[in-house]
Design a protein around this ligand. Structure first.
Ligand SMILES: [Zn+2]
Length: 121
């Protein structure tokens, strides 16, 4: 079985991981005690999001997390991640414009996962 690092070497996933980490770091700098590196809680969050990204049930061909239909996070973590991305989604454009442009491009890729069967009435 591949390790997280091996899986996240894949360029598309690597970009998403770097973006996640950058956003958490920016959020931590503004909201927590940042001493040259992110606080312990954010460090744990970064490790967790990287692991979830690598082992998402949609596989390495997964769409970006924002468009993915798999449920990777527990409700508590999901809320935390949503808060951070809501706070950071405009700010990140100023800090990492190229990474964010690539992310938007990646987001255009349709999900390979079967759609939820809500419309089969
Ligand atoms: Zn923090």
């Amino acid at each position: 079985m591949k390790t997280v690092t091996e899986i996240l070497a894949q360029p598309r996933l690597n970009r998403e991981m770097r973006l996640q980490n950058a956003m958490i770091t920016m959020y931590c700098k503004q909201h927590h005690v940042y001493q040259g590196k992110v606080c312990r809680e954010c460090e744990r969050l970064q490790q967790m999001t990287a692991r979830k990204l690598a082992f998402c049930e949609s596989g390495i061909e997964k769409p970006t997390c924002a468009t993915c239909t798999a449920v990777c996070y527990t409700p508590v973590v999901s809320k935390q991640v949503k808060t951070i991305s809501r706070w950071g989604r405009l700010r990140i454009w100023f800090r990492h414009p190229i990474l964010m442009s690539l992310y938007c491009f990646d987001s255009l890729k349709p999900s390979q996962m079967p759609k939820p069967k809500l419309l089969n009435l």
